[in-house]
Design a protein around this ligand. Structure first.
Ligand code: NAG
Ligand code: NAG
Ligand code: NAG
Length: 359
């Protein structure tokens, strides 16, 4: 239980020390501000400086496992489930009473190798999808605030992505996954929300429209449960959509009867080191995104895709790029973290401006 006291304006420096980003997000009416973390795998678990920040419940009220809840870890052999890594992550989250976004059930990457080496009939692959969804939701139960049931099923041009799931079953794997999730939570009486999560749907355009038509409206028309859409928000400095377009987009999704969340926020530089102008632009880009969520009633919370450059996915995926998160370690791994003050202040202020507005 946190007690909020009212201090005069000049005490804002003290307030910054007392309250973190999640505190401000909650006071602004959001459910959480959080971060993904590559735990317990990856080096971060052994970095006490990183872990102390991960455990800072003033800044964070929610977490997402970057990797360990994915299918590749959970069903190493067909029909043999192993949730031990995911359970380790849950223990770290629960120690801080963090809300968990559970990520993800069906995705075209990081699924078990035996799926690629089996010659599937449509029915057999759909059965495997059903089992993955049912066993996993059953295992974690109400620990998960929500599940990203299907992840990234649509291409930028608005067509279905040609994954093994689509190639073998057509779009049926999507409806089967959500139907199974819906049935499982109903049977067990769980209070778990079902999300669709994707990138390049953070602004109005071809892909956002396709997700609205092919996922949201299509599931709703068939009376299949869909509660939320995750807007990943892996942005690039200077190419981040404007605050207005992000807000319009959130409103477009909300008008279809789903909540929204920013699920994987980072804003990367395409080359390093950054110029001062790029650092200034990065603050504006973070501000545009956080303010859009803060000012949109449908946006329930924001998740960083890790909070520390050292453990961000960007440098290994996009070589030469980075500086994407609000914290960094000037001395490298296992040394103290420094916050990027301009970004941190922009995040706090975006929520602070909304306190009491009812949005
Ligand atoms: C972070 O929290 C976990 C879970 O309670 C604990 O095991 C770990 O020691 C903490 N680390 C730091 C540096 O606070
Ligand atoms: C799906 O089908 C397309 C078109 O035939 C093909 O290019 C692609 O490699 C297939 N993908 C998988 C994962 O089977
Ligand atoms: C963030 O956006 C708000 C709303 O447009 C604006 O008032 C504020 O000055 C911006 N802050 C920064 C740091 O860009």
């Amino acid at each position: 239980m946190k007690v909020y006291i009212i201090l005069p304006m000049f005490a804002s420096a003290i307030l910054t020390a007392l309250y973190g980003i999640d505190d401000y997000a909650k006071r602004a009416g959001k459910m959480y501000f959080g971060t993904a973390a590559n735990l317990p795998t990856g080096g971060a678990i052994n970095d006490k400086y990183y872990m102390a920040h991960f455990n800072n419940t003033q800044n964070f009220g929610q977490t997402t496992a970057t990797n360990v809840m994915k299918w590749i870890y959970a069903e190493p052999e067909r029909g043999v489930f192993d949730f031990s890594l995911g359970d380790d992550f849950v223990r770290l989250a629960e120690a801080n009473e963090y809300i968990l976004r559970c990520h993800n059930l069906i995705w075209h990457e990081q699924y078990p190798g035996w799926i690629d080496t089996t010659d599937w009939t449509k029915n057999a692959l759909l059965e495997v999808v059903r089992r993955r969804v049912k066993e996993t939701i059953t295992h974690y139960g109400d620990i998960c605030y929500c599940w990203d049931v299907v992840n990234e099923a649509i291409n930028d041009d608005g067509t279905y992505r040609q994954s093994i799931f689509y190639n073998v079953t057509g779009p049926e794997y999507i409806t089967v996954a959500y139907k199974t999730a819906q049935r499982t939570i109903a049977e067990l009486g769980l209070n778990v929300k079902l999300y669709y999560n994707d990138y390049n749907i953070e602004y109005p355009g071809t892909k956002a429209t396709a997700v609205q038509e092919m996922i949201v409206k299509s599931l709703k028309k068939s009376n299949i449960q869909l509660d939320g859409v995750g807007l990943e928000s892996h942005f690039i400095i200077g190419e981040t959509p404007s605050m207005a377009s992000q807000m319009q987009n959130m409103a477009d999704f909300a008008s279809l009867g789903v909540e929204t969340a920013i699920t994987e926020l980072d804003v990367r530089a395409l080359s390093l080191p950054l110029t001062q102008a790029q650092k200034t632009q990065q603050i504006i880009d973070y501000n545009n995104t956080i303010s859009a969520c803060a000012m949109s009633k449908s946006c329930i919370g924001t998740t960083l895709w890790d909070f520390d450059d050292t453990y961000s996915w960007i440098p290994s995926t996009y070589v030469g790029e980075g500086y994407a998160t609000p914290w960094y370690q000037p001395g490298g791994a296992n040394t103290p973290l420094k916050k990027k003050r301009g970004i941190y202040a922009a995040l706090v202020n975006a929520f602070n401006r909304q306190i009491g507005t009812g949005k």
